[in-house]
Write a protein that binds this ligand. Sequence first.
Ligand code: BTN
Length: 278
Amino acid sequence: MDELHETAVLPFLSTHWLGHSYYYAPSIGSTNDTLKEMVAAGSPQNPPAGTVLLANYQEQGRGRLNRQWQSPPGAALLLSVLFRPNWPAERSNWFTMMGSLAAAETIEQIAGVPIGIKWPNDLVVQENGRYLKVAGLLLEGNMDENGRLTSVVLGIGINVNTPSEHLPQAVTPPTSLLITTGKPVSRRELLITFLQRLERYYETAEIHHTSPHALWQKRLVTLGQPVEVTNFKEKVTISGIVEGTDAWGHILVRDVNGELHTIAAGDVTLRGNTTNSH
Ligand code: BTN
């Protein structure tokens, strides 16, 4: 039996609702795609808020901007979580922030590796002055005609025990917790702690209506750094210094003319001797 099968996870999960509906797939196309299909199909098996779909292997794992996310069987933590928030759509990035914070804290607690965040959705470790990607998040949501989020699927992939020869191809050079710590790390412990922390972040945001961005911003590796931000859709690149983020997860970049740009989506490149991100 796999360590991530529901019988190995659910008895140890102390959440109130998140993960109580739990599906484990030895192999799947993409957990995000299947969970979205389950939501779209509706009844009779309409997945409730907090549903977790976890795969031991993905044949068609996806990253942001239609990039691939590949990992050999049994090595990474690959899952998607469903929320049914009824929040205004401007809050959609809160999920990326909550997921990043929950995952960063979890990795630090279980593997003892300090984690930074590369805007908007990469978790990175610093090694010899370079940032290497250890995890990524993929957020996909639906909203109704009133601009409210009806469902949100938050996908996360963490390179846990992936050997160097099987790391996913990525714009940001990848690494895994195995490589960084030099020893295998328990995917089960990571999963349980991540789900518990994620539920806490969600409940805090739900009760207080406050953005998690202040905490999230503290981990941003680009804060105060000279960057180039490229928005592929609008085909513009802005160069400047990162001054921070706003409550909606947009990045604030001041250019050489002193103008402050609020950027909602794009790829960040650190200028100087550090590495790329997306
Ligand atoms: C990125 O870095 O661009 C995001 C990577 C997200 C990968 C995860 S793995 C589980 C879930 N299912 C997918 O197909 N993608 C996400």
